[in-house]
Design a protein around this ligand. Structure first.
Ligand code: DGJ
Length: 533
């Protein structure tokens, strides 16, 4: 439903608030378990978020955004990730200007799109460029990180009590306002709290307050958490704890050895960001924190030290529980590894930022099919001049399949894959069949790239989508020793119902030997298989 935006766009703190209680009839977007997967529920139904993020400064001008929304809607996508800037939301302390927030919500509704708001508060990419000038100019009230050698960095320190209070107040005001203007319509689905936090330039804060805390004992709250969760810690963190002998008391260096600086910063960022996210008491949208991922053998400080990497997500979890999901920004080539590393120990995969173009076109199938991603969101969409609309080709297919995908998430009947000449094949076992999935053969050789997902939709029946791959079936349960392809249909889903197109046989199925997906487009096909002596 498109609702008009409330009039009170600029109001003083406290002037228009409804109070803390959520009214009983608000079906707020929320997370729910579905088998082993976690789903986002919007208006009572699971939602597959096929989105994209605009550039950092785009959300600062409604005039600029006005022409962007229809272009994004046409891709098609269903959700736009757009920043909300502390400097523009609270230009004077205690005086809030919600006009941009209201305008963005209004524009999204006009274009039938949802929003994920990104709170650019104390930190953005490690640094502190988005706090208002009244914060930036007052290093006494809002202290900075001190690096080795005494240099003051343009990074607000997690030890600044006034900073935390100010950020919390602004974020809580934002959440209250979103509830007031969107608590029924649910245009806004989720909140990102801060952006890629962590200390850049050094492995930890060396301000006097930080040094004092670092030389003291590791807090009991963190140590208790580690012991209580020792069988379900991320393996990356378990390795760090094990390396110094699984200590249950001691200083940061004693308990965490050479990783002490990063773990220490993770604890302090985790505490701070979770306290900001506690603004969800005003309106309980699901909240996530995104991560600038470290490269192989890169030291903390070269990437933001203390951000929620798989090595320290447990530390963030120990520090607070207002953040629901820790989410990767994956630009690295080993996309699949990072998806798997974030989809662990109850942390669902929420693809906060990633590459678009041909990589995004393929990778979305892995994220959604293999790791039950709640979302997919390539970055910088408003400047793309992608005449082939590669992402749109994948999104169109995934939107058709969304009801089926959401039904099968978390029950072991779906897989996703990206294939290339270095990784030309994968296997999966579903519904009593082993599937050998490999790059398709084409005239003159093999496809160089392939991607897709396969769902076991019923006994002897599979639905697949993608490009440049083929599937060989063999039996993986008791019964007749051979498996064959009964028939294959190409087609599409309209309102959840299968609409068959051509029956594929002959060359299109390698004379009945393979379920094939040509590399000429992104196809949807249904295969019926059988067993025989
Ligand atoms: C990751 C950040 O989170 C984004 O805001 C943006 O700065 C991109 N990097 C640019 O590549």
């Amino acid at each position: 439903m498109i609702r008009s935006v409330l009039a009170c766009s600029v109001c003083l703190l406290g002037a228009s608030f409804l109070g803390n209680a959520q009214s009983a009839n608000e079906d707020i977007p929320h997370l729910a378990k579905h088998g082993t997967a976690t789903q986002l529920i919007v208006n009572g139904k699971p939602f597959l978020m096929l989105g994209a993020e605009v550039h950092n400064s785009s959300g600062s001008s409604l005039d600029y955004m006005r022409t962007v929304w229809p272009r994004l809607a046409a891709i098609p996508l269903n959700t736009v990730f757009v920043p909300v800037y502390w400097e523009l939301l609270e230009p004077k302390q205690g005086q809030f200007d919600f006009s941009l927030v209201d305008g963005l919500i209004h524009q999204a509704r006009r274009n039938h799109l949802h929003i994920v708001f990104l709170w650019f508060g104390s930190w953005k990419n490690g640094l502190s460029s988005y706090p208002p000038l009244w914060v930036k100019k007052d290093a006494e009230r809002f202290p900075r990180v001190i690096e080795k050698g005494g240099k003051e960095a343009e990074i607000l320190s997690t030890f600044g009590k006034n900073t935390l209070e100010a950020d919390k107040t602004a974020f809580a005001a934002l959440m209250r306002h979103i509830r007031e203007v969107d608590g029924q319509a649910h245009t806004v689905l989720m909140m990102q709290v801060e952006n890629e936090v962590g200390v850049l330039g050094d492995s930890r804060d060396r301000s006097p307050a930080a040094d004092q805390a670092f030389s003291g004992a590791v807090p009991a709250k963190l140590l208790n958490y580690i012991q209580q969760h020792k069988n379900s810690l991320f393996p990356q963190f378990k390795k760090i704890w094990d390396a110094s002998g699984d200590k249950t008391s001691g200083t940061w260096s004693e308990v965490f050895g050479s990783n002490a600086d990063e773990v220490f910063m993770a604890w302090h960022y985790g505490r701070y960001v979770n306290q900001v996210a506690a603004g969800k008491a005003q309106y309980a949208l699901p909240m996530y924190a995104n991560t600038w991922l470290h490269g192989p053998n890169v030291a903390p400080g070269k990437f933001p030290s203390g951000g929620p990497e798989p090595e320290v997500i447990d530390v963030w979890r120990a520090a607070g529980n207002a953040i629901d999901i820790y989410a990767p920004d994956i630009y690295a080539r080993n996309f699949e590894d990072w998806c798997d590393w974030f989809n662990q120990e109850g942390n669902p995969l929420f693809m906060a930022e990633t590459a678009g173009g041909a990589r995004g076109q393929a990778n979305v199938f892995y994220a959604v099919g293999k790791d039950n991603a709640i979302s997919f969101s390539p970055f910088g969409i408003d400047s793309w001049r992608d005449k082939d609309n590669l992402l749109g080709k994948s999104y169109s297919v995934l939107m058709q399949l969304a009801p089926l995908i959401l039904k099968h998430q978390g029950d072991g009947t779906m897989t996703g894959f990206v294939l290339d000449t270095d990784h030309p094949s994968v296997t999966a076992t579903m519904n009593g069949y082993k599937l050998d999935i490999s790059l398709d053969r084409i005239f003159g050789g093999k496809a160089k790239h392939g991607y897709g997902l396969v769902i076991a939709t019923g006994p002897n029946e599979f639905v697949g989508a993608g490009s440049g791959f083929r599937v060989k079936f063999s039996p993986a349960s008791a019964g007749p020793p051979n498996a064959g392809v009964g028939y294959i249909e190409e087609g599409s889903y309209a309102n959840g119902a299968w609409v068959p197109g051509r029956r594929l046989n002959g060359d299109e199925s390698d004379q009945g030997q393979y379920w094939r997906f040509s590399n000429q487009g992104t196809e949807v096909e249904r295969a019926v298989v059988y067993r025989y002596r």
